[in-house]
Design a protein around this ligand. Sequence first.
Ligand code: DQA
Length: 142
Amino acid sequence: PVIYVLNGPNLNMLGTREPEIYGTTTLDDIAGMLEDRALELGLEIDMRQSNHEGHLVDWIQEANASGAKAVIINPGAYTHTSIALHDAIKGVTIPVIEVHLSNPHAREAFRHVSFVGQAAKGSIMGFGAQSYMLALDAAARL
Ligand code: DQA
C-alpha cells in the first residue's frame, strides 16, 4: 500500500528556514525517516513537495485515483488560505491527514484557521519532524 506525503510551499527550505520554529531537520531527512518506518509497517511512501497550490490539488486527486491508502499533507501556508485544497479533500474518498511541524494554534491569529483541517480525517501538529511519523502510524492503522 502506498501513502502519499505531500508538502506545500517553503517546505523545500526546511533546515535553514526559521530554524527556531521549524528546526534544522531537512525535508530529505524527514523522507528518510518516513521511508525507514514505512518499511517496518509494510508501506510505501511517495513523498513530494511543491510551492504551487494546483500541484497539491492534482496530487490529492492522483492519490485517490491511483488507489493509494492515504494522503499525509503539510500544506504550509495554504493551510490557512486554500478553499481549493479543502474542496479537493472533500471531493475524494481517500483519507487525508493534516500535519504541521509547529503548532499553528500557538502562533499568529492568521494561522488559527485551517481550511485543510476542516476537511481532513484528522490533524497532527506541534511535534516537529515527529508529526510526520505520528501521521504515518495513524495512516497505517486506518
Ligand atoms: C506549517 C505551519 C504553517 O502555518 C506555515 O505557513 C508553514 C509550515 C508547519 O508545518 O508548521 O509553512 O505548515
